[in-house]
Write a protein that binds this ligand. Structure first.
Ligand SMILES: Nc1ncnc2c1ncn2[C@@H]1O[C@H](COP(=O)(O)OP(=O)(O)OP(=O)(O)O)[C@@H](O)[C@H]1O
Ligand SMILES: [Mg+2]
Length: 363
């Protein structure tokens, strides 16, 4: 899959831009703050119906404007449009036909975005890692997405009920049991899906990471959960007192974590910046392969500032890898002139875009 053309209005620092891309490698070159990441984020937005960087759409609207609009023409002969109007009206269209739900769009334009912000996957709390795997698994299995939505809704209702009770003895066990029975079922299916998909993910992850770090370090992702398949509703009864005092549900897949390991230790603790970056790149490329395998479409690959913090050997290994494998359309952003000259020499064909203060010029 590739994007042939994008039209952007009032998105971040872009007032009005229209660009035709190469279906191979596109290189976005510009100074810090010129709009490279913003352009990649606009392409990401068309795939996911949201920004990869800002949680609030009002932050994506060009300052002092009231709306933004992004339109993309794709190689499947479809055009997709995302619009947002302040304060909170988002719409997504496929060939001018509006989707009823944003989730119906998910998986139509598979795309993997590697950004400097990804380091948060290693540094931040487990919720960040769950979000990464949930987004990936939701694209490859609609049933997983529906289970997850149902689980989160029930969990919220259960927690609201627990919070509303001021005396432990006032809890209506029969009322809670209705939630608990459904939650156990959903825990079971989400847990088994995560467990089995992660096993497959790790096979590809080990392969990619070995190639990218010349088998020097052993990278792995471990799945851990305080839920297990032997549990039934009794577990909620056992934890009821704790749930009451902590005002939340303590057992369940909403607490799961995916631990990022290097040589059987947390990479967060022992990995250098370059090693952590290689870990993230391997993780994202495994996301790429899993999407490609399950959706039977080659995803678009966005590489934002990917070479920063990598030494020349690692950069060469990575570029060789990119050129030697079957990727489809790739976008690379960089702010270093030396690197631009180097990439021009080793990557063919390459289409270069110079970006300056939200204006895109093709070289
Ligand atoms: N809603 C908005 N309205 C106007 N300008 C915005 C908005 N959001 C972000 N910007 C501007 O966009 C610019 C940042 O663009 P971007 O992150 O794409 O830069 P970049 O080219 O990737 O830079 P770097 O090389 O530092 O990563 C900043 O100048 C920022 O002020
Ligand atoms: Mg940037």
């Amino acid at each position: 899959m590739h994007i042939d053309k994008i039209k952007i209005n009032n998105f971040k620092n872009y007032i009005s831009s229209e660009v035709k891309f190469s279906n191979k490698i596109n290189f976005l070159f510009g100074k810090n703050g010129s709009g490279k990441t913003n352009l990649l984020d606009a392409i990401y937005y068309l795939s996911y119906g949201k920004s990869a960087i800002n949680n609030f759409d009002s932050d994506n609207v060009l300052a002092k404007e009231s709306f933004f609009r992004i339109e993309g023409d794709y190689s499947n002969n479809n055009s997709y449009t995302c619009t947002f109007e302040q304060p909170n009206v988002k719409k997504i269209f496929e060939n001018n036909e509006k989707y009823l739900k944003v989730k119906d769009h998910l998986g139509k334009i598979p795309l993997v975005f590697i950004t400097p912000y990804d380091i948060n996957l290693i540094r931040n709390y487990s919720s960040e890692r769950r979000k990464f795997f949930d987004q990936l698994f939701s694209q490859i299995d609609k049933n997983y997405l529906n289970n997850l939505i149902a689980y989160n809704r029930l969990l919220k209702q259960r927690n609201t009920y627990i919070k509303s009770i001021s005396n432990l003895d006032d809890i209506d066990n029969n009322y809670l049991k209705v939630y608990d029975e459904k939650l156990i079922q959903l825990n079971n299916s989400i847990h088994s899906f995560r467990e089995s998909e992660l096993e497959k993910f790790n096979e590809s992850f080990n392969h990619v990471s070995n190639e990218l770090n010349n088998s020097k370090n052993n990278f792995n992702v471990y799945y851990s959960s305080n839920f297990n398949k032997e549990m039934n509703c009794d577990i909620y009864e056992k934890y009821l007192e704790k749930d009451f005092y902590t005002k939340k549900t303590n057992i369940g897949i909403h607490n799961d974590d995916y631990s990022f390991m290097m040589n059987n230790k947390l990479i967060k603790r022992i990995g250098s910046q370059g090693q952590q970056k290689t870990f993230i790149i391997s993780l994202k490329l495994s996301e790429f392969y899993l999407l490609k395998k399950k959706l039977l479409i080659t995803p678009i690959l966005l590489l934002d500032d990917i070479f920063h913090k990598l030494d020349d050997t690692k950069i060469n290994t990575f570029v060789k890898y990119i050129l030697g494998n079957n990727f489809s359309q790739i976008f690379i952003s960089d702010s270093l002139e030396d690197r631009l000259h180097k990439m021009k020499k080793i990557i063919h064909p390459i289409k270069i875009f110079n970006i300056d203060k939200g204006i895109i010029n093709e070289e």
